[in-house]
Design a protein around this ligand. Structure first.
Ligand code: AMP
Ligand code: ZN
Length: 717
């Protein structure tokens, strides 16, 4: 059927010569309605059914007419009109949305044995195998769509399962999502039900993903690792116009409440979803034997690479809703469904080279540079080889054909070389003697597997440090990507993390990205990105001391250890005066970590960075929430604990923490600066020293009183 044959125009042109204004308006309104239904129908055929009936040109012509009529008569514009799939600005934050019922995750079967174990449990529960539905597990992002009176009113991400994020404006731009349910499906809803929530997966087809990444490379933007990240990233755009340009699609397969629908099983639900206008994946089977389930899974594995979208497994579900209800849920996932995950994939490819990456802490890591190959849904072109021993153990040589393995989310791994394919010119690799970045000698410490460059000024380390400082785990400077950081280093503008806080917006906007555009002019960062970066840098100043410590890249310091440090020493000043011993006495901090922190805080180059950070306004304290914070009544007093606290049974570390909570300092050794020594049973030399120095000595009973009240014994106040 073509547009001309549809008969739409004929009606419209047979206008009467004399019509009242109202009649004319009624006609226009009817025409608009007719156009909308026609467009919806063809959108459905095109996107959900993959079976278009009219040409693109004819479709565009319908759209144009509708747009024109709506422009002339804005009073008829309706949010469910196909012209309203336009993106708008979402705002700073995606509003939280509570799901009608929890959005569960799925339990996994990692191989056929685990799948069979699940099937056996179903057999156990019902006495024999009940019908199962097998669907492809789409590797995208979960989405929930709420319709009220047939209109799409909300779209939300899964979030934590209970509450998701409102992405309505974004999802409205996804063309296979009906803005209004088809009459066929809508009319079947149970009486009294006006709101329903449907669920499925939003994904990016492989071809669109490749095109998106190709364009990103062209424009010097960051590429997405795989279509799943691309889909999730495109969905969560603050500006829905960006989402609109991203070619997302959906497959819908579930509902929050099946009682609203005229269906009693998954199989019937999928049929209804199709009738209601949703895009439903056609690759489904209803099975009654284990063999059929296996056959579907095997076929999915084989066809995986040929499908136009990524899948990461097969979801097997008990078909009947009554039987699903009988099985119920665990706290995490339904018992009536299982995700059969594809086995790790192995591919062979050429090892073109082994390069060395210098890490943040100076460790040199050999990296396999591979001929790009698609493994388990993403393109692999590099893989870490960890260290020299590993390269030798695997005996991989440059020029070898190597086996690369990857499972879903797992990082790709080089398993080894195919010895029979080794060319005579294959080269054995060794660790370079000089750092590839700064040419200083590489060392390998006694008993360590890693090779290191210990030059503090090594630019590779600077780059890694700067990247790390801006990363999520550390100061979270949104938008500060590797390329920009690289350019700032190359142009001599940054060499350490304090330099971030000296950047200026105009200067950033003019930053030469080292490339030229099609006209041959240098590509600059631009004022939009610059403004965003400056505000992100500004925002990062108030992350607090814990994140600063993580961001500084002190050896052995991660989130947990940094938290332990700032709990005991909530300001950089107190931390800098802490002795190595007292650091080591903090719960969760051992002597190795304590040494590393102590040395770091006494290295002149580092002190300079810290001093500048502080001067530029980076918060160097950790905010302890007010409920948690006790009055700092013991501030200015230093305690030393000795002997064992037998009454309370506390360890000295625990006892020290109690004192610190009131702002006291706790030291490991007695000096003239010690305010009090607390002596438990069998106190040793520290007690003698206290007496010799005339430092007041308190017993355990007095100690307990102090930590109970936060006050010193009366005679000392
Ligand atoms: P996981 O995140 O690995 O626990 O897997 C659960 C997720 O798989 C669900 O939240 C869905 O987003 C996704 N999924 C993809 N395809 C399907 C499908 N056909 N049926 C159910 N869930 C699916
Ligand atoms: Zn170096």
């Amino acid at each position: 059927m073509t547009f001309e044959q549809s008969g739409l125009f004929d009606d419209f042109e047979e206008e009467e010569t004399v019509v009242s204004e109202q009649d004319a308006l009624a006609k226009i309104s009817a025409r608009i309605d007719q156009l909308r239904r026609e467009i919806e129908h063809h959108t459905y055929l095109y996107y959900a059914q993959d079976a278009p009936e009219i040409s693109d040109a004819a479709f565009d012509s319908l759209m144009r007419e509708l747009r024109e009529l709506e422009a002339e008569h804005p009073e008829f514009i309706d949010p469910s009109s196909p012209t309203q799939r336009v993106g708008g600005y979402v705002g700073e934050q995606f509003a939280p949305v509570k799901h009608m019922a929890r959005m569960y995750s799925l339990d996994n079967a990692m191989d056929f044995d685990e799948l069979d174990a699940w099937i056996a449990r179903i057999v156990d529960a019902f006495g024999s195998l009940v019908p199962l539905v097998c669907e492809l597990k789409i590797d995208g992002s979960s989405i929930s769509l709420t319709y009220q009176d047939g209109m799409l009113i909300r779209a939300a991400t899964r979030g934590d399962g209970v509450t998701g994020e409102d992405v309505t404006a974004n999802m409205r731009t996804v063309k296979d999502v009906p803005l209004r349910l088809r009459e066929e499906g809508l009319s079947e809803l149970s009486d009294g039900i006006d709101t329903i929530e449907l669920r499925g997966e939003v994904y990016m087809p492989k071809s669109s993903f490749n095109a998106l990444n190709a364009a990103a490379i062209e424009n010097g933007k960051q590429v997405f690792a795989n279509p799943r990240n691309a889909a999730a990233g495109s969905l969560r755009q603050k500006d829905a116009r960006i989402t609109q340009g991203r070619d997302l699609s959906t497959f819908i397969y579930s509902t929050a409440d099946d009682r609203a629908l005229p269906v009693t099983s998954q199989w019937e639900l999928l049929k209804w979803l199709g009738r209601a206008g949703f895009h439903v994946n056609p690759d489904v089977v209803r099975c009654t034997t284990k063999e059929e389930v296996h056959a579907f899974c095997k076929r999915a594995i084989e066809r995986r690479d040929d499908l136009p979208y990524d899948i990461d497994g097969v979801v097997v579900k008990v078909d009947s809703f009554a039987q699903q209800d009988a099985l119920g849920f665990t706290s995490r996932a339904p018992r009536w469904a299982i995700a059969f995950k594809f086995p790790p994939e192995e591919k062979t490819t050429l090892l073109r080279d082994i390069t060395v990456q210098v890490g943040r802490t100076g460790v040199l890591t050999p990296v396999a540079e591979l001929e790009p190959v698609t493994v388990a849904g993403s393109v692999v072109s590099r893989a870490t080889l960890h260290n020299l021993d590993e390269v030798h153990r695997k005996d991989v040589r440059i020029g070898d054909t190597v086996i690369v393995r990857k499972a879903g989310d797992v990082i790709p791994e080089v398993l080894g070389a195919v010895a029979s394919l080794r060319p005579p010119e294959a080269r054995v690799w060794t660790m370079p003697k000089l750092c590839p970045s700064c040419n200083n000698p590489v060392i390998r410490e006694e008993g360590e597997v890693a090779h290191r460059c210990i030059n503090i000024e090594c630019p590779a380390q600077a780059q890694e440090r700067l990247i790390f400082w801006a990363s999520r785990v550390a100061m979270d400077i949104d938008g500060m990507g590797e390329e920009i950081i690289g350019r700032l280093i190359e142009t001599g503008r940054m060499s350490d993390v304090a330099d971030y806080y000296t950047l200026d917006e105009v200067e950033l906007s003019l930053l030469d990205m080292g490339r030229v555009n099609k006209e041959g002019n240098p590509i600059r960062l631009g004022s939009v990105v610059a403004a965003k970066l400056i505000s992100a840098i500004e925002e990062s100043k108030s992350r607090g001391l814990t994140r600063v410590l993580v961001g500084l890249g002190i050896r052995h310091i991660g989130k947990t250890t940094a938290e332990a440090l700032t709990k005991a020493y909530p300001s950089i000043d107190s931390l800098m005066t802490a002795s190595e011993e007292s650091l080591a006495s903090i719960e969760g901090i051992g002597p190795i970590i304590a040494h590393s922190v102590y040395v770091f805080l006494r290295t002149p180059g580092n002190l300079d960075v810290i001093e500048r950070l502080e001067r530029f306004g980076v918060v160097m304290t950790e905010h302890v929430s007010l409920e948690d914070q006790l009055p700092q009544t013991l501030e200015g007093f230093t305690f030393v604990l000795t002997g064992s606290l037998t009454t309370s049974g506390m360890t000295r570390t625990e006892a020290g923490d109690k004192l610190k909570a009131y702002g006291a300092k706790v030291s490991g050794s007695v000096s003239k600066k010690t305010s009090f020594v607390i002596a438990g049973e069998e106190a040793g030399s520290k007690l003698d020293k206290a007496i010799a120095l005339g430092v007041p000595v308190l017993g355990e009973a007095e100690f307990l009183e102090i930590i109970e009240t936060g006050l010193l014994p009366e005679s000392y106040r």
